[in-house]
Design a protein around this ligand. Structure first.
Ligand code: BDR
Ligand code: CA
Length: 313
């Protein structure tokens, strides 16, 4: 089978970095058409820098990388240096990138790519705030019917929120873009906190990355080690969740995850619950399902896949 074409839309972020590494380590199954960067964990200038660092770490300096929106569609940018460090990629010492950014804006690139490729052959994988994807859908609504699928990390139902009591970071930062995406009619698969909080990097799993012995394995151990200190304090757990790679793992091995087709609406009016993903998990309304909302995962299978793939870099 031909490799699945994807665009990774990202705000690296250590867990974004691991997701990118996983995709680049899987050329037989996944073709990364390009990486589009968005402001989120840190400002755009840094996410665009970090994406290039990660591609160079994977020895893939030819992956096209575009910078996109530097702020949410309607709200002020909220960042997460308290989790990811001042650079967004704190932890390992990695060289400044030399590969250039592509000229042009990420949103234009997303629109142009979807217009010129055969319909339903490109999957979008947003693992940051949904600003670039939402802007593309608002500017060129006809691209919706050309997208194969959107597989995103964001939202929560049982876990409710991580940046406010009721909202997950990616959706909270740009709830208006998220609303556009969830009402677009595109097939959507969601990796919410309910799933990603089960993808825990324990000491054993971190040691497994380090013992691979290649540059990428050591960097993954150091990156996850960095943000772990924050999550350990916050959740009082011994291990930190590895959110974003769940999206790529789903493309590689969907049976690791299970969930429900449900309706998901995004709160954009109430400041108190801004960015909440109102998922009809128990199907108590007759609102039509618009997303496959994951609820569970096989964490051992996920880490086995991830470790095997990182070993190939
Ligand atoms: C999401 O927020 C970011 O901090 C992570 O990179 C992930 O995409 C988790 O809520
Ligand atoms: Ca992210």
């Amino acid at each position: 089978m031909a490799a699945r074409k994807i665009i990774v839309d990202t705000d690296p972020g250590q867990d974004d970095a691991v997701a990118i590494l996983l995709a680049l380590a899987s050329p037989g199954e996944i073709e990364v058409l390009d990486i589009t960067c968005v402001a989120g964990n840190v400002p755009l200038e840094l996410t665009a820098r970090n994406a290039r660092i990660v591609c160079e770490l994977a020895n893939r300096p030819n992956i096209p990388i575009y910078a996109g929106c530097d702020r949410p569609l309607k709200r002020h940018l909220v960042t997460a240096e308290h989790v990811h460090g001042i650079t967004g990629l704190d932890g390992p010492m990695l060289p400044e990138p030399v590969m250039p950014l592509k000229d042009g804006h990420a949103v234009d690139f997303i629109i142009d790519t979807l217009r010129k490729t055969e319909p339903k052959t490109v999957t979008l994988v947003p693992i940051g705030p949904l600003t670039n994807v939402g802007a593309a859908l608002e500017r060129a609504p006809e691209i919706a019917s050309r997208i194969q699928e959107i597989v995103l990390m964001g939202g929560a139902y049982f876990e409710v929120g991580n940046v406010t009591p009721t909202a997950e970071f990616n959706i909270y930062v740009d709830p208006h873009a998220a609303k556009t995406v969830f009402s677009s009619g595109v097939p959507i698969t969601v990796m919410p906190l309910d799933v990603t909080h089960k993808a825990l990097v324990t000491d054993k799993r971190s040691n497994a990355f380090r013992s691979i012995g290649n540059k990428a394995g050591v960097a993954v151990a150091e990156m996850t080690g960095f943000f772990e200190r924050f999550d350990r304090e916050k959740y009082g757990a011994n291990a930190a969740p590895l959110h974003d790679p769940c999206t790529i793992a789903y493309l590689l091995q969907p049976d690791i995850f299970s969930g429900r087709h449900v309706n998901v609406e995004i709160e954009t009016s109430s400041e108190l619950t801004m960015g909440m993903t109102v998922a009809d998990w128990w199907r108590v309304t007759d609102r039509p399902a618009n997303a496959l909302f994951m609820g569970d995962m096989d964490a051992n299978a996920f880490f086995t896949l991830l470790t095997d793939k990182i070993a190939r870099l």
